[in-house]
Design a protein around this ligand. Structure first.
Ligand SMILES: [Mg+2]
Length: 126
């Protein structure tokens, strides 16, 4: 299953890498550098799933997830939160804020695509 994925990540290196991997998995990627840019873009696309980093300037992942979940148009879109090792508190806060799942970086290509596939299936059942 492939989908339109809004990828919110401030690190250009990570954004480019994940875009490459997602496109390789057959997905369409809508990239954004932070929550503000993502909110500007989301309305223009039929977004199937969101992948967001936790730590970003201007609007971080938690505030972005909360904003998405407050919007009836977007509240059911599955969200994968990307964290780094040792961010247990951020993971819990992310799930509390409405993230569907989290994944720790660094990303391993195959398991990442499997998680994304499951994420898209979640959306199908909602
Ligand atoms: Mg970051």
């Amino acid at each position: 299953m492939s989908g339109n994925i809004l990828l919110v990540e401030d690190s250009m290196t990570t954004r480019k890498l994940l875009t490459f991997v997602l496109k390789g998995g057959g997905h369409t990627v809508i990239p954004a550098e932070n929550g503000i840019e993502a909110l500007e873009k989301i309305g223009a696309f039929d977004v199937d799933a969101i992948i967001t980093d936790l730590n970003m300037p201007q609007m971080d992942g938690l505030e972005f997830i909360r904003t998405i979940r407050e919007n009836v148009d977007y509240e059911k879109i599955p969200i994968l939160l990307l964290t780094t090792e040792g961010e247990e508190r951020g993971r819990k806060q992310g799930l509390d804020a409405g993230a569907t799942a989290y994944l720790a970086k660094p990303i391993e290509e195959e398991s990442f695509l499997n998680v994304v596939k499951k994420l898209l299936e979640t959306q199908n059942h909602s």
